[in-house]
Design a protein around this ligand. Structure first.
Ligand code: OGA
Ligand code: MN
Length: 209
């Protein structure tokens, strides 16, 4: 393996390798400090600045449903990020994600050619009911990636856990700062439990075609 890779200017990345083997083994991976404390501060600042500029909108789930139905399914506010106009702090996010995608495409033949990311704020009392990250008539989303931007010291009683529904025991994940969760979009049903404290994140998808 490494002989071949060395000969074509490829450096093995242990973190990425562990994510890839997690995904192969159980279809999800959790990295506690994908972003370090300083990076989280910069990304949180960028999110909050965008929020102060009044750019967030109530998240939707398809155009057939009225606002009350949507509210009973998800209550987060989102803003779609624009990589081409990303400012410095956001570039830090995209640089790291693009590096990972480059590695995936060199090693896994997933053919990730597109991506989309949004900031998300879950105000107190909101949640996102159990769902799959796929749309009807569109199977381009392959991997979901969530990155938490909360302050240090997130407490279990704040709620807002991400629950992955697995065949074995369900996996409960606390949204601690810098943590990144990656999972197979078309396979893993999941839910965001009601939050007692505002919950901040970036969520997105790595897509084919
Ligand atoms: C989503 C989602 C999970 C999370 O936005 O589709 O499932 O932990 N987010 O925020
Ligand atoms: Mn989801």
């Amino acid at each position: 393996m490494s002989l071949l890779f060395e000969s074509i200017d490829f450096e093995e990345n242990p973190l990425y390798e562990s994510i890839i083997s997690d995904l192969a083994l159980r279809k999800y991976s959790i990295v506690d400090h994908f972003f370090n404390d300083e990076e989280v501060v910069l990304l949180r600042d960028a999110l909050l600045k965008t929020y102060e500029d009044d750019k967030f909108k109530k998240a939707a789930i398809g155009n057939r449903l009225n606002e009350n139905v949507v509210k009973s399914i998800r209550g987060d506010l989102i803003f779609w990020m624009d990589e081409t106009n990303a400012h410095t702090n956001e570039k830090l996010f995209f640089n790291k994600v693009n590096d990972f995608i480059g590695y995936l495409n060199k090693t896994c033949f997933l053919g990730i050619l597109q991506k989309e990311f949004h900031y998300a704020i879950y105000p107190k009392g909101t949640f996102y009911r159990k769902h799959l990250d796929t749309f009807q008539n569109d199977d381009r989303r392959k991997l979901s990636l969530v990155c938490y931007l909360n302050e240090d010291g997130w407490q279990p009683e704040y709620g807002g856990e991400l629950v992955l529904y697995l065949k074995e025991a369900d996996k409960i994940i606390y949204p601690t700062p810098g943590k990144v969760v990656i999972f197979e979009s078309q396979v893993i049903e999941h839910e965001v439990k009601p939050v007692q404290v505002e919950r901040l994140s970036i969520t997105g998808w790595l897509k084919t075609r």
